[in-house]
Every structure is written in structure tokens, then in C-alpha cells.
Design a protein around this ligand. Sequence first.
Ligand SMILES: *Cc1c(COP(=O)(O)O)cnc(C)c1O
Length: 427
Amino acid sequence: MNAFHYQNNELYCEDIPVSQLAKEHGTPLWIYSENKFLHEYRELAAAFADCDPVICYSVKANSNLSILKSLNEAGCSFDVVSGGELFRVGKAGADTTRVVFAGVGKTDSEIHDALAQNILMFNVESEAELDAISAVAEQMKVVAPVALRLNPDIDARTHHKTTTGKKGNKFGMDIERHNALAAKVLSDPHLQLRGIHMHLGSPILTTEPYEKAAQKAVDVIAELREKGHVIDWINLGGGFGLSYRNDEAPPYSEYAKVIIPYIKQAKCRLALEPGRSIIGNAGVLISEVIFTKREGGKLFIIQNGAMNDLVRPAMYDAFHKLWPVHTPLPVPHDPEAKSIPDCETCDVVGPICESCDYFAKDRALPVLKRGDLLCTFSAGAYGSVMSSNYNSRPRGAEILVSKNESRLVRRKETYEDLIALEIDFLT
Ligand SMILES: *Cc1c(COP(=O)(O)O)cnc(C)c1O
């Protein structure tokens, strides 16, 4: 399903012209297609239906309440990594008994809140965390459900800043220690071992890292069961690929094909934590060209969307497809092509006073002028959630589109919002 498409030389989200939303709400503007992320959720659920998984959408990819509520109503559960995210899913109406909680630095108060809300399990990332969870559970007179997040030492070949399952990064515990860790849980009356968790990094464009991880998880579970542990869950995390360029991500069915046999072999329940693949291509960021200039032999397109809105290019050298909202030129098959007829090569930059404030470098784009709208595609995941007010720039609005209806789901910020938490202290 392609939620964003051109009709009469103009970009639409589902049945609504993007320019109409930009006119109404201003830019920069986040636009999300509800039917696209629901479609992705349902495709994933269908691909894995054979083993009846619990799909825990990774809230950190995009935590807008209306998106969470919509996914919740579709039957989706949630993966949270902070007390704030747990608070959000509660507000969105989620059943917290199906929520999983990851993260290397859970505080006692976060652990307390999660236990009070009866979550499905903590994905525990260190021995110290096991001790902390046990202590809080003891105080509350409850038994805490835990899964061991093991680091399987698999290179998922992602950007070095987004790999998580390779030895030497901060996530999880070394897989060789699973016996000692499980024994520790078994001997602790306040802890109950529910499963094994692995999350390899993101985005992963091949299926074989998942196959290796599933194999390792099944082996670990067989060994632990032999030692008398009752252990029912395998959680393979998220990281499913997203097509930022052109269909480079495999369909969910290919991941399912390699994973499901292991889950069936181990007679386990499966949890998955997709974020990017659900929401990434359901969102765009619309910016307006402020100026163009030629200096130092280069053409710069200066737009009002910047690294404070979308930090991925600055932070991870991430590639985002860009194309004007109005243009007779079709979106190129290869958005990285160096020369495209009727296009000129430019750097697309924002107004922020940092050299890394760019969305694209040496990109072939149709000729742009002051006032034109430019779309940044695949901005639904790790976009608005990572935005900031750097350079005292108010964030833009967020709009949720379903067919020919649009709803404001986060209003744009004002200058007053920027100072709201400080103004009372100005003496
Ligand atoms: C970030 C994260 C995810 C989601 O990753 P995506 O690439 O967005 O699918 C899932 N699980 C854990 C533990 C994470 O940290």
C-alpha cells in the first residue's frame, strides 16, 4: 500500500492533497496515514498468524497518542523503554498486561510503575537490574515477570550507531551467561522467568540475522528447560527493514518463513517489537523552501524543516527520499541517481546554525524556488519523537489522515510554549 502518491502533478496523503494540509496547518508539518500503519500492523500479524504472536509496537518509533490509540484498537500491544512511554500507552487505553519493557537503565520508580500496572514482562538487560527488580517486587509483595535480554553476538549489518546485538555494545547480557542468570532468577522468590529476548539492531534488510537469533534462542530455551525452568516466550525484538529508497526491505512473510519453524519447534509464544516498519512509511515531513542560493559552486535549497525536526540525517547519515509536493516529474526509480533529466544537483539544508543541519547532499531534484513545498518521505519513525526546540524553533503540527478525513493530533508549538517552563522563574 502506498499512502503517499501523486495525482495531477501533486502529492496526496490517501485522498487529501498535501498542499491543502500545509495551507491549513503551516510548515514544517508531519502528516501520517492511518490506513498505512494499520495495514503494516495487519500484514505483520497475518505473516506470523501461524504462531499467534503478541505484536508489541515499539513506542519509541513514534509515540503520538492518537497513533497509539489507533494501533491499540486494532489489537496491537506495546514495547516501552521508559516510564514516560508506559504513561503514554496507558493514556492511549492499552491493556498493560500485554506490554513489555526494555531499556538498560530502568529506575526503581519506573520498575514500580510497571509492576503496579502488571506488565507482561521486563526485558532485563543486566544482573544489577535483576537485583533492582527483585527488590522493588519484594517491597510490593509481588512476583516480577522477566525475560533475559541476551546479546547473541550477531552482526546485523546496520549503521554502527543502530546495531545492538553485537558483543561490546551496551544492550543485553552475554549469551554465554544464560545459565548463571537463569539460576539467579530461579533462586529468587520475587522473580519469575518468562522468556528470552533479543533485539539485533535496525533496520535489518536480510532475514538471516533473525534466523540465527531464533536458533540461538531455541537452543538456550531447550537447555534451560532441561534444568527445570518453565519458560514460554521468545521475543525477537524489532528491526524489520523499511524501504527508504525503493522496495529494498523484504516482505514480512520472508522473516516469518525463517522464524516460525523455530518457534513451533520450541513450542513457545512469540513476541515481536516492530517500530520503524510499522510507522516509517506512514509518515512524511513537509517543509517550505525559504531561499535558494549558489555559493562555492553549489546550489543550496534552504527550507524550514531542519535537524531539530528530523535529526536522522545528521545523527546516522540516514537517507531520506525528497521530492517536491507539486511537480510534473515522476519520483525517480532510484532516488539517489546522480543525474535526472530536468533536475539539478543541490544540498537541502535547514536554517539551524550547524553544518550537519542537512536533509540531503548532492541530490538531484526538480528546480525549486522560494515558497515551494518539499516532502521528506519515510519520516514516520524516529522523526517527530527525536525532535527538539534547538535554536528555539517551535515544532510543527502533526496530522492524521484517514481516507478523505484529516485530524490534528498534535498542535503546532508557539513561542509561548518555548518559554512555558521557564517564565515563572524569571525574576
Ligand atoms: C528500538 C527497539 C525496537 C524497535 O526497532 P525498529 O527498528 O523500530 O523496529 C524494538 N525493540 C527494542 C528493544 C528496541 O530498542
